[in-house]
Design a protein around this ligand. Structure first.
Ligand code: SF4
Length: 327
């Protein structure tokens, strides 16, 4: 668990050579249901932090509201449990002021694709160097069983007793249709090796990496992904020299594989459309897309006094003058 005293000692002594272990990234005990797919995602990101030797005090997980958004509590890093749908703008604010931090966002299908949809669209466009994990369980779990934007048509829930009446929003296809996309991938929580590899590639991408993770909610949708879990033929593994490269022992578990060049946006869009098989791997990657933090002029050159004066000028714009006409 992140220990500020130990961090201070590390910063003033010469013991940085001590590597971080998995235990350094454990937060409080998870309150998720047993067999919840969120646990697999948590394990993957904790392993990533340890493997990449990310300093806990230089790493921050930002979330909105929902079951998946409890993840920052379970990490031994800094975290920010933001308002519903607001994880992305909070993460962007952190990144713009502290580009030295490793910033991750964990968000659910309701959090990202419903109340946070506007922020999702613009965060993709701004393409800041953030790793975004969409935990897509296709249901609202925290508020106890309501349809989400990604719930399948016909799903019976507390808010759709006669079955959901609309076709679901497709987060992959929607993201691949936005401006300035730079990294789009998909994984499932029940294939942990591929899940880890995809998150690792997303972390190393410079720009906003968007990873859609199909995540089981055994509490409210116990059989929902069973057809894919019991029949791996319903998955297709995307590999490529510029995309995912997995060990042969893993790859041979997939009957269906495709050499997909992540530079091929047209094919990525085809793969994202509803089909018999779920694509796993990196659908699209373009490292040339401009990052907002690279083109926005910062305030680092300003003195503290100049920054305070600039803040005061901004606050003064909201001064209520008694002599002003009242609207
Ligand atoms: Fe996981 Fe569903 Fe339980 Fe939430 S309600 S913790 S998503 S199994």
């Amino acid at each position: 668990m992140f220990n500020p005293i130990e961090t201070l000692i590390r910063s003033v002594t010469d013991i940085d050579a001590d590597p971080y272990s998995l235990g350094d990234f454990l937060g409080v005990d998870s309150r998720w249901c047993q067999r919840c797919g969120n646990n697999a995602i948590l394990t993957a990101v904790q392993k990533l932090c340890a493997e990449e030797q990310l300093a806990p005090e230089k790493t921050v997980f930002v979330s909105g509201i929902g079951c998946s958004s409890r993840l920052p509590h379970y990490m031994g890093t800094y975290g920010f449990h933001a308002l519903h749908g607001r994880a992305l703008p909070v993460a962007e604010g952190i990144k713009i002021r502290r580009p030295d931090l490793h910033v991750f966002v964990t968000t659910g299908d309701g959090d990202c694709c419903s109340i946070g949809a506007g922020h999702w669209l613009h965060a993709i466009r701004y393409n800041m160097n953030i790793t975004v994990l969409l935990h897509d369980n296709q249901i609202y779990g925290l508020t106890k069983n309501q349809v989400s934007p990604t719930s399948p048509r016909g799903l019976v829930s507390n808010t759709s007793p006669h079955g959901a009446s609309l076709d679901p929003l497709n987060p992959l296809a929607a993201t691949l249709g936005m401006s300035n996309i730079s990294f789009v991938a998909q994984a499932v929580d029940w294939v942990p090796s591929v899940l880890y590899d995809v998150i690792e590639q997303a972390f190393h991408h410079r720009g906003l990496s968007f990873v859609c993770i199909m995540q089981r909610c055994p509490n409210y949708l116990p059989d929902h992904f069973e057809e894919y879990i019991k029949n791996p033929d319903r998955l297709v593994l995307l590999t490529h020299a510029r995309g995912l490269q997995v060990e042969e022992s893993i790859a041979r578990r997939f009957k269906h594989r495709e050499e997909h060049d992540p530079a091929d946006l047209d094919r990525a869009r085809e793969l994202s459309m509803p089909r018999d098989r779920i694509p796993l791997g990196i659908l699209y990657r373009n490292p040339e897309v401009l990052c907002y933090e690279d083109v926005r002029s910062g305030v680092e050159h300003l003195s503290v006094a100049e920054r305070m004066a600039a803040l005061e000028r901004e606050f003064d714009k909201f001064t209520v003058d008694a002599a002003s006409p009242q609207g």
